[in-house]
Design a protein around this ligand. Sequence first.
Ligand code: XIL
Length: 395
Amino acid sequence: MKRFLTAGAGVLMLAGTLNAVPVQAEERPPTVAEQSLRALAARHDLAIGTAVDTDALRDAADPQYRALAASQFSSVTAENVMKWESLEPTRGTYNWGPADELIEFARKNRQQVRGHVLVWQNQLPAWLTQGVSDGTIGKEQLRDILRNHITTVVKRFKGKISQWDVVNEAASDPWDTPSSIHLKGFWAQHLGPGYIADAFRWARAADPDALLFYNDYNIEAFGDRGPSDKTWYVYTMARRLRASGVPIDGVGSQGHLGTQYGNYDALQVLEVLDAFSDLGLATAFTEVDVRSQMTDGVRAGDSNEINPRLQASASNYSVLLQACLANRRCLSYTVWGFTDRHSWVPGWFSDPPEGMATLYDESYRPKRAYNVVKADLAFSGPPYVLPRVSQKPRR
Ligand code: XIL
């Protein structure tokens, strides 16, 4: 009885003390809605990134773009300005300005930078592609040019780039001819398959600390693991590169999805991330967006057509993010633009017209996809979602 009384008195006293201290409104923890994506992602050591259009970033008439890029994201990728045609439009003359601007923006806002991209068949300068086609640049010279480009660019940004997309989109698609997946494009054609291992070795020599990624699209889920399964092809390629000691540290899955396609679930996507990380590789989603067809009904504002697309888009963002959260080596989740005001989709997918692919609409109103991403970041944790495991660059 005595013990009960003592304990009871303690509780009463404590209650009295608490009551005496008025609860300050500003002391309550922020609600999920009030938190930024980057604050919520930090709980998992996950970098949440966006591709940045440096023209929009510079545009004084569009301050919201800059404000959201800074406040919501902890990683940035240059949407275009680190591509070869932008960095070296004239042979031997580099244009570092726009890329430096982005790096400075990231420094100010304490953001990581993903380097995109060193070796790709698109957005190459005309002096290079023309030189090769008219024979003034021969095979040995082309190899030297590539080595020189990788070395110059990687050294220039050394210490400022956390992850480099070293080789981008090297694998063909099942709709190409032949339908069995193969190495496609300019570099494979002119240098042969060895250029991939070479590129990783040259990048490693130029920066011992950046994580070096192979990056591609349509590798979210395994298919039948046969000759036309692109995900399987990239997986076996990565396995071979690891087995032969090539300094590849990660595989980036771009994550360009469309609501009109089959779509995946989080467990299918996780299976692929786990397969890569079992090879000792880091993983990342590097260019996530989920577009929809802009039908007449959508454009006329018909909610019967708009709502299911917004919902399906949100669900696809969530599928990729949940899989990433559940794979401890998935280091970053990057969206390819965050607002429909500045998205590559309408310009690239115009027949039939597509759009509505990003987290915010054209007036910077967050869409359902934004809230779903936020909810996934907020409401996940142990035992299946644990902090990231850091990746050591392979020498
Ligand atoms: C796109 C940019 O978003 C566009 O602005 C540009 O005109 C073309 O390239 N895969 C990639 C990215 O790796 O570099 C592409 O970016 C989108 C597809």
